[in-house]
Write a protein of this length. Structure first.
Lengths: 647, 103
């Protein structure tokens, strides 16, 4: 047995930080706000680390999963449905917790430097702590309902932080967009929960797994339905086709937020959900195929859009969508451990890239347009060095982290029949595109002549550079653990690795192909942006059609606007607003009010204010009451039978 | 035949007093007369209480009368005070003209 791990402290500490900074932060000195804001994730990280070491050092991983019910008593206890605040620590949630609290803590430190001059300093950190609270609840949840609390909560925190600078219209709108698009996914999650309840009678992960294990012949049918609904939820949260549109706009938030929520942790919740419920997805091959196709399509689609973006953060946003597509592809081919592996390495290098981009933006006084950067290599040397590591890592060039995880996904995809082979090639093309747009970003930002208006870009303070260096280190070494060991570690939680152990030669060839593809992408970027910087413009002029399609992001936002938003707005305004609200509801209330007024006008005459009239009514009433009481007796005394017998 | 007056006579007298009181209460305009009518009603009721108490040899009715008389005394004190206050404020005791409660 494992000694008590106090898992409930992991969400509670950030929540306490949220409460203190949220309620009193404005009146507290800044140093105190910073201390509380940093202590909360640090404490959570300490509890996670303690759990990690007790699991490994004292008892070995065989004791997992470790289940803990929060000391708040039962939550829902209705009929056969029992839901408690149960936290589960297994290999999967342990890895996620390490990522969430570890990267989260680094980004908290970074934020101290990045947000130092912001008026909403305390508000910012209270939101950030709130996010950590909900994210850890999501990860630790032992049943779908508790997970849903976290799921909704991170959506709320995301909304609050995207719209952090809410006086800016675009930021407020981006926050709303993220929230509303996520609602569509949450709808899927909810329906899936109801279906789970109807078919399994429980929401607890372990009980669902046990029931599935008890009936091995049960596949497809309602399971496919549940899996597809869950997938809709995951696609909303993880910005997959067709619900990815909120993520690029979410870049309106502060850059550390983009790194923490919209790159490293929250957007991976969809992948985590699929991995968490893998035993259910395994029984729904159709849903798995859909996930794989959606993932691969998203990866390619988002990568093409990243090719022409000029906003440094938007390039990274589309890149995130694309990388999440890889993770979905991995889930779709039942390589959950590869998906979580990529999730981890992606958390390292994408957080690094975002934070480095934030450092560039900070150094240039808020400039995000790459056309106005250039030549920053000498001015921001540490940012340059760390960003280079991040770019190489995401491009998939060994021995950095991205290579290992991407390779594992592509290899797993290739082994899954014809569909898998097709998706493998999609993934390969995406890998080339990834290398291209990342090196494009790198060249535009750091090399060539300076195109900046700001003559004196400055390197960021060490509170920002420190996390960059640590994340750069992790991006280098994060992949060295290797997919075999990682999958073996995760296997109790995500099932054994489905991939047949390929021969050494086969894997080697795959690696060579992947690296070659990445190098091709780099080479093309080099041709375009270093050797002859006028070439991109010439190419765009030569192919105006495809270029404008890409620069307008395939007109997807416009399409959704015309097909979904406008009709919905019109329906709301005219049918719901005018007909339902104004005519029916308004008319009804008006009628009620009118009737009351009319009755009042009539009855008012009764209240004449004249004492004698009151007295007359009183006397009449008393007489009537008397008659009412005596009538039976009088009638009976007269020998008359009566229909009324009195009381 | 006994030498007693039958109870129905008392009751008739009581009812007559009560109805006279009610009529006076409803018809009279002077507030003091109205007030006296109330006393008349109370005494009509008292009479029937006493009559029944005698009839049934029950002391409760008589006790009740004491209570009524006590309340009537208190009511007379308060009521007369109100009447004086009204007269001071409005220089009239006509019930019809004391109608400020009207909307």
């Amino acid at each position: 047995m494992i000694a008590p791990l106090y898992l409930w402290l992991i969400p509670l500490l950030p929540f306490a930080g949220f409460l203190i900074n949220g309620l009193f932060g404005r009146r507290m000195p800044k140093a105190l706000v910073t201390t509380i804001a940093l202590l909360a994730p640090l404490g959570a990280l300490a509890v996670v680390a303690n759990a990690f070491f007790s699991v490994f050092v004292h008892s070995g991983i065989t004791d997992l999963p470790y289940i803990e019910t929060c000391p708040v008593g039962p939550w829902i206890n209705v009929g056969t449905l029992h839901v408690d605040f149960t936290f589960v620590l297994d290999q999967l949630s342990l890895v996620m917790l390490l990522i969430v609290t570890g990267v989260g803590f680094l980004i908290h430190i970074y934020s101290v430097g990045y947000m130092t001059d912001d008026k909403g300093y305390a508000r910012y950190f209270s939101y950030l702590n709130l996010f950590l609270f909900f994210m850890t609840v999501l990860v630790l949840a032992g049943n779908t309902l508790v997970m849903f609390i976290g799921w909704e909560g991170v959506g709320l925190a995301s909304y609050l932080l995207i719209g952090f600078w809410f006086t800016k219209d675009s930021a407020a709108n981006a926050g709303k967009k993220a929230f509303i698009v996520n609602r569509i996914g949450d709808f899927g999650f909810l329906v899936a929960m109801f279906l789970l309840l109807a078919n399994f009678g429980t929401l607890t992960f372990s009980e669902i797994a046990a029931k599935l294990a008890a009936s091995p012949a049960w596949t497809g049918g309602v399971l496919t339905c549940i899996a597809l609904c869950l997938m809709l939820g995951a696609a909303g949260k993880s910005a997959q086709l067709p619900l990815y549109i909120w993520l690029p706009d979410a870049m309106e938030g502060p850059t550390p937020v983009s790194a923490l929520i919209h790159a490293a942790t929250m957007v991976t919740a969809g992948v985590y959900l699929v991995a968490r419920l893998h035993f259910l997805f395994d029984r729904a091959p159709v849903a798995l195929a859909v996930i794989a196709i959606v993932g691969a399509a998203t990866a390619l689609f988002a990568a093409t859009m990243a090719l022409v973006q000029t906003d440094i953060k938007r390039v990274l946003a589309y890149s995130t969508i694309s990388q999440l597509g890889y993770m979905f592809l991995a889930c779709g081919v039942a390589a959950y451990s590869a998906a979580i592996f990529h999730l981890m390495t992606h958390a390292f290098f994408k957080a690094l890239l975002f934070l480095a981009a934030g450092s560039v933006i900070h150094g240039l006084g808020g400039e995000q347009d790459m056309r106005k950067m250039g030549g920053l290599r000498k001015k921001l040397p540490i940012t340059f060095a760390t960003m280079t590591i991040g770019v190489i890592a995401i491009a998939g060039i060994p021995p950095l982290a991205g290579f290992f995880s991407k390779d594992a996904i592509l290899f797993a995809a290739f082994q899954q029949g014809t569909l898998g082979k097709a998706l493998y090639f999609v993934g390969l093309v995406t890998a080339a595109l990834t290398a291209f747009y990342m090196f494009r970003l790198w060249y535009l930002t750091f090399t060539g002549e300076s195109r900046s208006h700001d003559a004196h870009p400055h390197e960021s303070p060490w509170s920002m550079l420190g996390p960059l260096v640590i994340l750069a280190l992790l991006s280098v070494v994060g992949g060295w653990i290797g997919i075999e060991r990682f999958a073996a570690f995760l296997s109790p939680a995500t099932g054994p690795r489905a991939v047949e152990a390929g021969s050494f030669h086969l894997e080697f060839i795959f690696s060579v192909v992947a690296v070659a593809v990445a190098l091709i992408g780099w080479f093309v970027a080099d041709l375009f942006y270093r050797q002859k910087p006028s070439r991109p413009a010439e190419l765009a002029a030569a192919m105006p059609g495809p270029y404008s399609l890409l620069i307008h992001k395939y007109y997807v936002d416009e399409f959704y606007g015309a097909v979904v938003v406008k009709p919905l707005l019109a329906f709301s305004t005219y049918v719901l607003g005018w007909v339902f609200d104004n005519a029916i509801l308004g008319g009804f209330t008006w009628l009620l009010g009118g009737a009351a007024t009319f009755a009042g006008a009539l009855l008012q005459r009764w209240q004449s204010g004249n004492l004698r009239s009151y007295a007359a009514w009183l006397a009449a009433g008393a007489a009537a009451l008397l008659l009412f009481l005596l009538a039976p007796a009088i009638l009976a005394s007269q020998g008359m039978s009566t229909f009324w017998k009195g009381w | 035949m006994t030498d007693q007056v039958p109870i129905s006579w008392y009751l008739l007298l009581s009812a007559t007093l009560f109805v006279l009181g009610v009529l006076g209460f409803l018809i009279k305009r002077n507030l003091i007369t109205v007030f006296m009518s109330i006393e008349l009603m109370l005494n009509g009721v008292n009479l029937s209480f006493v009559a029944f108490a005698h009839q049934w040899h029950a002391v409760k009715g008589q006790i009740f009368v004491f209570f009524v008389m006590m309340v009537a005394a208190a009511e007379a004190a308060v009521g007369l005070a109100i009447i004086i206050a009204i007269f001071r404020a409005r220089a009239t005791l006509a019930v019809d003209r004391i109608d400020l409660m009207k909307l």
